[in-house]
Design a binder for this molecule. Structure first.
Ligand code: PHE
Ligand code: NA
Length: 447
């Protein structure tokens, strides 16, 4: 059947925007920068980039391919394709663990989304104007020490997510993503520009790109791989779900390239904006999850137009976090809606409240429950570590192994539309490099 050229373009655009909206979020700015700082800089960055290329690309393609061929939600797509290829129904587990991961990730993601909301308001009120590193750090630790403040903003963020998902208005967000993403990039560039005026830009460049390989160990490599999964929204069935709405005319490889370039560029820009401020103010790069919240306000407080720029930055960050959070909640809601008698609104409320509660436990680990440790980690770190370093890689591994080893070759060829050489490269990467990489990193990090 002939399709209109314009209709094809706009559906492809909508897909790219939805995928980029899920990918670009707190992971790029908040999580990436603090992991780089904690893991000693360039060695982490380079391993992360290698993970994106060698593991991220094949798994992103596999998830889209499963969705487009299965044409259903992640669990049923896996089940259907396994049946068609005469494989075990146990493959549905790949979809199930993805839903669980989304549930767990959103609980702590919402806490950080709340910080971003709080900082949006603080920027408007000029709280950061003229402040130095010490007072900005104090503002941040004051927030962490107050369970009430954290609770308020976590609840506000979660309410926004629940409201949007319950109304099912996610489609309308696409047009917003289209204009806000470039705005975010421009603001990041302004911040990088500010970093250049601090006189410590070279130091930041060296920190991020000139590796000290002695800093590398299994834990750092596992963290880098976990970040590659987290930032690309992999290992959760989200990309599978998006793939199921995808027309046959869309080229998966070029779309993957677009999404990955946007996502990676924003993360690297975040690093180039943040580390000059860290070094110029004698802050510690290994500050942890608070890193962007104790650095960027210094820049906004001391540059002209800083109030407006700070407001815009935290608003955009909150918006990017919201579009990712929606994609985190959607699979749980969809599953409840399809498998229980609950309506969409009730399903959203039930899962939203459960996630909110878990988030409360996560935010208490910054104050009242800071001594409550499991495996030496507080609840916040436990949720983050367990999902990014264990659940996401294992689910993603399942997806790529399934596509590379179980699906009928002809179908895979048709979906990927690669040349003969391209197919050979795909086979090596998807059958061997990506799975062996995930397993090796995983074992090295755990042992
Ligand atoms: N990719 C998002 C980010 O970088 C987070 C996310 C992870 C969203 C997993 C959906 C699924 O912020
Ligand atoms: Na991301």
């Amino acid at each position: 059947m002939a399709k209109l050229a314009h209709a094809q373009w706009s559906s492809k655009m909508a897909f790219v925007l939805a995928a980029a909206g899920s990918a670009v979020g707190l992971g790029n700015i908040w999580r990436f920068s603090y992991l780089v700082g904690e893991s000693g800089g360039a060695a982490f960055v380079l391993v992360y980039l290698a993970c994106v290329a060698l593991v991220g690309v094949p798994i992103l393609l596999s998830e889209w391919l499963i969705g487009r061929r299965g044409q259903k939600n992640p669990i049923d797509s896996m089940r259907e394709l396994a049946k068609q290829s005469g494989k075990s129904q146990g493959w549905a587990l790949v979809g199930i663990s993805g839903v669980l991961a989304g549930f767990l990730i959103l609980s702590f993601y919402s806490v950080i989304g709340g910080w971003s909301l709080n900082y949006t308001l603080s920027s408007v009120m000029g709280t950061f104007s003229g402040q130095d590193a010490d007072s900005v750090s104090e503002i941040f630790s004051g927030m962490l020490a107050s369970p009430g403040t954290l609770l308020l903003w976590h609840s506000a963020f979660m309410l926004l997510v629940i409201g949007i998902v319950a109304r099912g208005v996610t489609k309308g967000l696409e047009s917003a993503v289209r204009s806000l993403m470039p705005a975010l990039v421009i603001l990041m560039l302004i911040l990088v520009g500010y970093g250049m005026t601090t006189g410590h830009f070279g130091e930041a460049l060296e920190f991020m790109f000139s590796p000290d390989w002695s800093a590398l160990d299994g834990g750092v490599v596992l963290a880098a791989m976990g970040q590659a999964f987290f930032t690309l929204s992999l290992g959760m069935g989200i990309m599978m779900a998006y793939g199921s709405y995808l027309g046959e005319d869309v080229n998966l490889l070029s779309t993957a390239r677009t999404v990955i370039i946007i996502d990676t560029a924003i993360a690297l820009l975040a690093g180039l904006a943040i580390f000059p401020i860290v070094f110029a103010n004698g802050l510690s790069a290994g500050e942890g999850p608070g890193l962007i919240f104790v650095t960027l306000p210094i820049a906004f407080g001391n540059m002209s137009g800083g109030v407006i720029l700070g407001l815009m930055f935290f608003l955009l960050l909150t918006f990017a976090a919201l579009t990712s959070a929606i994609s985190l909640l959607e699979p749980t809601v969809e599953m409840l809606e399809e498998r229980t008698p609950l309506s969409r609104i009730t399903a959203t409320l039930v899962s939203g409240i459960a996630i909110w509660l878990l988030g409360v436990a996560a935010l208490l680990s910054f104050n009242l429950w800071s001594d409550v440790l499991f495996f030496g980690l507080n609840i916040f770190n436990l949720l983050d570590t367990f999902t990014a370093k264990i659940l996401l890689p294992l689910t993603g591994l399942g997806a790529v192994v399934f596509v590379a080893w179980c699906l009928e070759r002809k179908g895979v060829e048709q979906e990927l539309a690669l040349s003969a050489t391209g197919m050979n490269v795909w086979n090596i990467v998807a059958r061997f490099i990506a799975p062996i990489g995930v397993i090796a990193v995983f074992l090295a990090g755990i042992l």
